[in-house]
Write a protein that binds this ligand. Structure first.
Ligand SMILES: Cc1cc2nc3c(=O)[nH]c(=O)nc-3n(C[C@H](O)[C@H](O)[C@H](O)COP(=O)(O)OP(=O)(O)OC[C@H]3O[C@@H](n4cnc5c(N)ncnc54)[C@H](O)[C@@H]3O)c2cc1C
Length: 466
């Protein structure tokens, strides 16, 4: 049982991937470590417990990836998805360090699966955990506990006392009482603010009420706000986030990976007025799934509908909620509570604009429409084979990118002069915006937490023990 009157060397706030990477490394570096997590033990693991894979650079195939995936290709991918909104020095450091990530995780007990096939086609680049994110996190917890890391659950940090940029203590609510917990160094790994609907509303207005949060309800950005209020430099923007369309019937929080619907590229996507609004066939799904959440967020009432016919049903990952099904488009519209006439008109117009071509679900097949706004540029096939199916979709917010700026030692930068903090470090979502100014490439979220978590843990231990 943690002793809150003890002066720990390193205090870690949060208990997801980044936090545990930091805690384990700090402990191995000789520091006494206390981890404070606001969720109950049964819900531990933050967003990290929902994950499945990590993207890392490697020179050749391994037991877990078909490879190769060189650092330079990873860098090109990152540059493309962020459109250059990344700190090159930090980003390159993360990608170069990624080479060691999987071995390090295995040393902490994490197990991986043979390369997986699936709609996202990640077998070459991403290693999948055996037992998913929960398995990964349970291995981290076990290792941390064996090493003597103390973990307190239901321990919510509400404030930090800093003295001229130095961490002094953390204000904590635990066991129905308030505590001030001092430590020689602090690692903040308490996630983004995606579960804070009020904060999302500051950015998105009332529309945010209709967002669904794919991960933990506990990432409310409290520590992000506290650091920013103390003068930490912000990085990325409050409206930048990873968001993907998920089934509108999903729970408000914590629906996880199973709620995603991957049929968009084979569908027509319509808003509540039955109108299309974006090229569904722009690119393969792994390169587009992260933009569709934002596209749906911009539609009236933040809802959209994917419409397909029976030809498409087997082409994508089975969904957790069954699609609405009907023998005609009119009846499908009625089931989806849409006006039938506009949807019938949109489908008819779409069908007559489809050009002849050889449909191929596995590649950019060039099957396109002609004469529509917007056109569909790949996988355009007539929606003409009953039964017809529809999924109602809402923006599923995965995580936000606004964070605190850090240097290559994971030190938080304070003030307009960007002075590195003496003993305050950050890792994971709370600083991911340094690398991800916008956009996303699957599996990099965990990598950022892994690399910066280990650096933060090492530096915090060095700072505390010396
Ligand atoms: C459904 C889903 C699937 C995903 N799949 C992948 C994937 O396959 N690969 C990938 O790389 N990324 C994936 N991601 C993104 C990934 O989850 C994040 O990038 C990563 O887990 C962030 O780790 P973290 O340690 O920074 O945050 P988290 O794991 O969210 O941990 C933050 C912790 O801080 C705690 N906390 C918050 N505030 C306080 C406070 N005031 N006091 C105490 N504790 C606090 C929270 O309870 C939480 O446990 C996915 C995300 C979701 C939602």
């Amino acid at each position: 049982m943690a002793d809150l009157s003890q002066n720990y060397d390193v205090l870690v706030i949060g208990a997801g991937n980044a936090a545990l990477c930091a805690a384990i490394t700090a402990r191995r570096g000789g520091a006494s470590v206390l981890v404070l997590e606001c969720a109950p033990r049964d819900f531990r693991g933050g967003n990290s417990r929902h994950t499945r894979n990590i993207r890392y650079a490697h020179e050749s195939a391994t037991d877990y990836v078909t490879g190769p995936y060189p650092v330079e290709e990873y860098w090109d991918d990152l540059l493309r998805v962020t459109a250059g909104k990344t700190n090159e020095k930090l980003a390159r450091m993360v990608l170069e360090q990624s080479v060691y990530a999987v071995d390090w995780m295995m040393q902490q007990g994490v197990r991986f699966q043979p390369p997986l096939k699936g709609t996202l086609g990640l077998a070459r680049t991403n290693a999948f955990f055996f037992g998913g994110g929960k398995g990964m996190m349970n291995s981290f917890y076990l290792t941390a506990e064996k090493l003597g890391v103390e973990i307190l659950y239901e321990a919510e940090v509400s404030d930090l006392t800093l003295d001229d940029g130095r961490f002094v203590n953390a204000r904590l609510r635990y066991g129905g009482r308030e505590h001030n917990v001092p430590a020689r160094a602090l690692v903040v790994a308490a996630g983004g603010f995606e579960a804070n609907i009020e904060w999302l509303k500051e950015v998105w207005g009332e529309a945010a009420e209709n967002f669904l949060i794919r991960g933990t309800p506990y990432n409310k950005g409290r520590l992000l706000r506290v650091l920013l209020d103390h003068g930490a430099q912000p990085v990325s923007e409050a409206d930048q986030c990873h968001a993907t369309p998920i089934d509108a019937r999903s729970p408000k929080f914590d629906g996880g990976i199973a709620t995603r619907v991957d049929c968009v590229i084979y569908s027509i996507m319509v808003n509540k007025h039955g109108a299309r609004f974006h090229d569904e066939g722009e690119d393969i799904w792994p390169k587009r799934y992260a933009i569709w959440g934002r596209l749906v967020a911009k539609q009236p009432d933040q809802i959209a509908y994917a419409i397909i016919d029976s030809k498409c049903l087997e082409l994508f990952m089975p969904t957790i909620f069954p699609p609405f099904e009907a023998p005609t488009i009119k009846e499908l519209a009625e089931k989806l509570e849409l006006e039938p006439k506009p949807l019938e008109k949109t489908v008819a117009k779409f069908n007559s604009a489809v050009q002849p071509g050889a449909f191929d679900a596995a590649r950019l097949d060039g099957c396109h429409t002609k004469g529509l706004t917007p056109e569909k540029t790949n996988w355009a096939r007539k929606i003409d084979t009953p039964p017809f199916y529809g999924y109602p979709l809402r923006p599923g917010i995965t995580f936000t990118y606004l964070g605190v700026e850090v240097d290559e030692k994971a030190r938080v930068l304070f003030g307009v002069n960007k002075k590195p903090a003496d003993n305050i470090f950050a890792a994971g979502e709370v600083m991911a915006g340094n690398v991800l100014g916008q956009g996303y490439t699957a599996g990099i979220g965990l990598l950022i937490g892994n690399v910066f978590g280990r650096i933060a843990g090492e530096e915090a231990a060095r700072r505390a023990v010396n």
